[in-house]
Ligand binder design. Sequence first.
Ligand code: SF4
Ligand code: SF4
Length: 298
Amino acid sequence: MGFQHCGIVQATRLDKEARQLEDWLNRGYQGQMSYMERYFDLRVDPDKFLPGARAVIMMSMNYQTELEVRFPKISRYAAGKDYHQVIRKKSKEFIRILKERYGEISIRAFVDSAPVMERVWAEKAGLGWNGRNTLTIHPRNGSWFFLTGLMTDLEFDHYDDPIRDHCGSCRRCIDACPTDAIHPDGYLLDASRCISYLTIELKEAIPSEFTDKMEGWAYGCDICQEVCPWNRFAQNTHESDFQPQVDIHELSAEEWLHLSEETWNKISAKSPLKRAGLEKMKKNIRTLMSPHQNNEAD
Ligand code: SF4
Ligand code: SF4
């Protein structure tokens, strides 16, 4: 079905991770992403997400392409069609196959937007280790992949094991992050300082302490993945839906600023970029072009 790796793990309560999530929220690292504060019980207890849950089936899907990222920069994961739509379709098909084989099992899919700690499950299921940049990294494929999973009441004879952390003494992601969003010891992200958050989630103008640190990113940021040595091993995806949409990636800053609502609606319909919206994209690009101008009034 085009998934890169698959790992299966028992659906147990995430007690240690619950404490870590609570600490992360108490520090205010979620910024305006208040949805992270909701459904706490579902995030840490599989039985609340799917009553009777026994296993979590985690999968990764590669999105790496030949794309040459240029100004105004858009994160690689947003190059192709909206991964939610692409992966949801595959998950449905996977569920259909499982039900055909095992009968009326209870099963629920998640891809990014559900209250599930995907990176935690991915690490437990051996899809990679969670690196100092807080992303899941596979020793042969790096980190340019989406995570998705299924929770089910099916029981398995065998479960997968985690793989060990291979970050070693490397600190490249911490040193390269322009906004100091990664904790000095790594493995902890202040999302409210991350360029991905500033360019996509933050409703207001980007605070002046960050405006000259954006390094040309208009939607998301890939710096801590670009510098990660494990991404040397990443291969290009075979998934046609993740190939770059040229009508978006070839727009210059000027063209972005003059883009009409009508054209935007057409080109963003199947793109993850619609999460930010046209006004936010224009605001981001104006900030990149004039970082010292007071854009609070925008
Ligand atoms: S995505 Fe960019 S801003 Fe966010 S932690 Fe990584 S390097 Fe820093
Ligand atoms: S850049 Fe280095 S420290 Fe950061 S995630 Fe990659 S291997 Fe780990």
